[in-house]
Design a protein. Sequence first.
Length: 235
Amino acid sequence: MSGRGNLLCVRGLRKRHGHRELLRGLDFDLSAHDCVLLTGENGAGKSTLLRILAGLERPDGGAFSLAGAHALPWRRARKALGRTILYLHQQPWMFDGSVAYNLGYGLRGSRRSRRARINEALAWIEMEAFADTPARTLSGGERQRIALARAWLRQPAVMLLDEPTANLDRDARQRTLALLHRLHQEGMTLVIASHDPDHFGGLIRRHLHLDDGRLGEQPVPGGPPVRLVGGGEPA
Ligand SMILES: Nc1ncnc2c1ncn2[C@@H]1O[C@H](COP(=O)(O)OP(=O)(O)OP(=O)(O)O)[C@@H](O)[C@H]1O
Ligand SMILES: [Mg+2]
């Protein structure tokens, strides 16, 4: 497989949990600036797939190619996957400490430049007043926005969002969606696993559906023509 022109090419991805074959040889391409909706029933394997792509969970087989590089087994691609692709959990994990501490964790540079970037990130999510708030006291929607600000600071090429609007009220959902639009406009490639496709109208350009261990591509109203998944026929 060449993988050229694609940010990520996956071929023959397999994963089994116990006796159940969860992912049955998936072929999956992601182009720069894609915005993909991933649907599937509870237990279909969406989170498992996203975690494998982000280098967090080991598959049983498959080849991974990033930005046209040689295809590698997951074990050898893992570090590069982790550097390029960020997985965002539905309930983002916060360190014990202030919001500013959480945003600054792992940032390089002088104390002053780190502080300036943290302030920029807080302004980006319109949460300047929360800098000193203990992060673990935040609501689910606020945590979600802090996690998006952390991603904004880190600037991964690809972000995988696992049910980013589940359990959010309308206001929190709108805020999260506005931030996702901005991340996408600023050039980030997004994959969003969700049971609520209607929440993401206007943002989604492709729709992949995971069913019985296989991925199918579905048309998106107003979107581009259905693409081929992994060079095969449209589902
Ligand atoms: N570590 C594990 N050990 C055994 N089984 C697991 C493990 N992780 C996930 N599974 C099983 O794999 C299946 C797929 O789980 P996964 O969380 O990927 O589904 P999902 O599509 O994200 O579902 P949901 O829509 O409910 O979030 C489930 O049946 C789950 O119980
Ligand atoms: Mg899930």
